[in-house]
Design a protein around this ligand. Structure first.
Ligand code: GRF
Length: 202
């Protein structure tokens, strides 16, 4: 299974996928990594010899156009929507993917989110859980649909919130579960153990 991974930040989830894919037994390989910015995490891909690209929203006249340019870059790198669809993995992409992009790739399009959706959707999930006084939160891997963090849930894992957790401490505790969860979810998809089309059609 060919993967296109999209990031905006440090890319520790990307790094976990790169490390997993370094094992020839792993049933998926990362053929490209894209970002909306000069994400530090792109260095992980470069170190692994994986092609990277940056598609800046500012270079397009609209969100939809940005989505079209991003989709073209992904497909140029071999992650297609044809008979042998690849998989687009949003792993810390801090952008809402436009409807046209989602329609083009979904259901072969997943996201990882640092909360137990439907709790705490949006860009500040960890901060929101802390602000709400949650004693538990977690991570969700889901199919991306045209909503924000609303697609069918694939896998979830819970994490305890500790007294006096800072946002960074809690987020790192979440990431310690998130990284292996994302790797396992990609493995299951690659092995055909998760029926994305069936889940997305419910
Ligand atoms: C992850 O926790 C992801 O769920 C959230 O952003 C974080 C990205 O972390 N959307 P990293 O860049 O993979 O370290």
């Amino acid at each position: 299974l060919k993967l296109a991974v999209l990031i905006s930040g440090g890319g520790s989830n990307l790094k976990a996928l790169l490390d997993a894919a370094a094992d020839p037994q792993f049933p998926a390989r990362i053929v490209c990594v894209g970002s909306d910015t000069d994400a530090p995490g792109l260095a992980h891909a470069e170190a692994a010899g994986v092609p990277t690209f940056v598609v800046r929203p500012g270079d397009s006249d609209s969100r939809e156009e940005w989505g079209q340019v991003l989709a073209a870059a992904i497909q140029e790198h071999g992650v297609g929507t044809g008979p042998e669809p690849g998989l687009v993995v949003s792993a810390g992409l801090m952008r809402i993917l436009p409807a046209g992009f989602v329609r083009e790739f979904s259901p072969h399009l997943i996201n990882t989110h640092p909360a137990l959706l439907p709790l705490y959707p949006g860009a500040h999930a960890v901060r929101d859980a802390l602000a709400a006084g949650a004693t538990e939160t977690g991570v969700t891997v889901h199919i991306i649909d045209e909503g924000v963090d609303t697609g069918p849930v694939l896998r979830q894992a819970a994490v305890e919130v500790r007294e006096h957790d800072s946002e960074e401490e809690l987020h790192e505790r979440i990431k310690r579960l998130e990284r292996p969860l994302l790797v396992e979810t990609v493995r299951e998809i690659a092995l055909g153990e998760l029926d994305l089309a069936g889940l997305a059609s419910r």
